[in-house]
Ligand binder design. Sequence first.
Ligand code: SF4
Length: 339
Amino acid sequence: MAILPIFIPHAGCPHQCVFCNQKTISGQKTAAESGAREQIARWLQWLRPSLSNEAAFYGGSFTALDSGLQERLLLLTDELRERGLIGSVRISTRPDYIDGEKLQLLRRHGVRVVELGVQSLDDKVLQAAGRGHTAADVVKAVELLRDYDFQIGLQLMVGMPLQSFDSLRQSIMQAVRLQPDLARIYPLLVIKDTPLAESWLKGDFQPLSLAEAIRQSAWAYDELTRNGIKVIRVGLQPDDELRAPGNILAGPFHPAMGELVQSFLLRERLTTQLLAVKGAGQIIIRCPYRQESKLRGSRNSNIEYWRQLLAPSQIIIEKADADEITVSAAAVNEKGRRR
Ligand code: SF4
């Protein structure tokens, strides 16, 4: 399955969230329709036809666009569907721009997934971010999307102004109760030319450190996935423009945020098992090949953490043809060899 992202930066969005400079975030500056055509033409150079391929309109707020423009954009993807190049379409939009008429238009044009920019379900946090909608709007939008049988995605943020960890936890638990099909988690970054950048420059806002963003995102990821909600991304897509020097002014950016979060969770889960055998001469972690880098963590950070925690035990990683990670302990002789 391939996803064809088509960015429609800021198009259709009458708001200015404090963190958003959509033109930088999406890396695409041309007008919505011509930009979409250009992007589709680029994708068509390599795309292999498949009904599991999906075109995805990202950036801006699709259902807040003028309805004529929405239709013209969807006609572009209709053509791809008719040629068997893709099977479906997804859009992202704001929760307060959803109604029956808009959803009927989407249904007529093969839209299968609607992702809502929710960010938080705490009204105080939404207001501080200048979102212009409330948590109740999100609940209403989700109910309506479900009535029209769309798959539902929720985009949630970590580290927003006035968002304590407790507020994040409440939002995530509320998101779980809404039972979306999928979610994305975005630690908040300070992007240039945004109201947040001004607050940061004045010293009125401090973004999370990378370590704290990983910890909070990991909690959110774990809570969502344990409740059957697929988390399809953690962290912004690091396109060239976002990463261009001077665009990200501050905040917990890492190009492999998802990997860091999963690695952190693995460390948390394994640490309890490892502590149970603390004191053994050797502690052996048998690990499936595909999980080794996650197990080790970025620059072996997990291994270093366990080495310090479990000293003087020796930590041995054994790669194995196995389905899951297991922990065992062995005694060693005076030369440090396994008995
Ligand atoms: S609603 Fe979306 S596109 Fe509009 S300002 Fe906020 S984040 Fe940016």
